[in-house]
Design a protein around this ligand. Sequence first.
Ligand code: FAD
Length: 424
Amino acid sequence: MAITLPERQVPQHGEFDVIVVGGGFGGAAAALAAARNGAKTCLLEKSATLGGLGTAGFVVIYLPLCDGFGHQVSYGIVEELLRLPMKYSPVKPNGAWVDSKNATEEELKARRYELVYHPAPMSLGMERLLLEAGVTIYYDTLVTDIVKNVKNEITHVVVENKSGCGVFATKFVIDGTGDADICKYAEEECEVSKNNKPGSWYYSINTKNEIELRTKFSNIAKCPQNIREMRLDGTDFKQVTDHIVYSHELFLLDNELHNEKAIEETGKIKFFPGFVPSMACFLMTRRIVAPYTMTEVDNHRWHDDAVGIFPDWRKAGPVYALPYSSLYAQRTPNLITVGRCISTTGDTWDVARVIPVCAISGQAAGTAAALCVRENVQHFADINVCMLQNQLVSDGVKLERSLVENVYEDGFSIKHKTTKTNFI
Ligand SMILES: Cc1cc2nc3c(=O)[nH]c(=O)nc-3n(C[C@H](O)[C@H](O)[C@H](O)COP(=O)(O)OP(=O)(O)OC[C@H]3O[C@@H](n4cnc5c(N)ncnc54)[C@H](O)[C@@H]3O)c2cc1C
């Protein structure tokens, strides 16, 4: 059953060059890049914190920027964000990566360039960084729809917040919702992953008031079969609620198992749940189908429209170039995606959904939006890619094809995959 809501006039809260929807690592990096490149930028976030899954979801392992053989491949805002919590908390990247300039290749090979951080220093640091760059942030503001013109361009995003329903006018929209929600409103073609299991990360507290991050569920065998076998796509409110409720059930079961042992040994409760995520923690839900979709064949393959480079977080060796054409929408010319809803599929979606790749796509999309504004280009597809690449390089991103094409075995370069010349 459905009903028709009455037509009504709503206020316009502001007008921006670029609106970024969602303040996860993808959206935050995009807003930072857009503002630093001169665009009047607004970030709309439905919660009260930046970082998305990487802070509110307690996913606090910033996965590697290196290939596992001692070579850093990802540069730019992605590295700036990795090092950001070092300003506000006593954390350091793995091994010799804390000062890679003074380390040997052997030392760099020993560990991957990763960081385990705490949520609050990261989200507070991100907020300060964005505000310093001139980004307007509105929290507690949920984007519920978009308005398009006859050219299929988005002219406004529709929001619900403390002031009720309203709109923001914009020239460009960056979808950083993690679930491609704006792409859905724009009626873009999307792929949906139906493979999410309940369970996410949370903090337990022990009787000494020490906080412990729990990432594995020791009691999964005891959990009811319906939860164990449950697979969700996370694209409607019931699935989101199921994911949250069943994850909570797993947290309780996990604590119960620990306490069973502790009670047996000491007669006392050892663990109790401390903090649970304030958002649903899905791995992959919905993603855009852009002009180009990355797959396994893109491992070690250079793209002439590369706007970033990333490794495989799961194993040493594979390196990917991120094509610009895997970011922007096909039907809605002023819409682009960042983060875990860019155009990647199969195994490559799993490689690309993680924090570093979200930040890399964010910097690329934010810079693209700002260049469109500066060069008076109306559509993302029409941008001069060479100009975009040059801007990214001057902003600290390395776009060297040798980083992608060099194939290493145990640290030694064994071959170049192709020999085409780099046109940058
Ligand atoms: C259990 C689990 C473990 C993981 N482990 C790791 C790991 O160890 N290391 C790693 O690097 N990655 C890991 N990941 C993946 C990684 O955390 C995420 O893929 C990444 O953080 C996603 O960033 P994002 O910016 O694309 O989206 P999100 O982090 O999902 O951010 C989206 C933001 O948009 C906001 N939003 C959504 N819709 C709207 C709307 N309509 N209006 C306004 N705001 C909106 C949300 O509130 C949120 O802040 C893990 C993920 C999960 C679920």
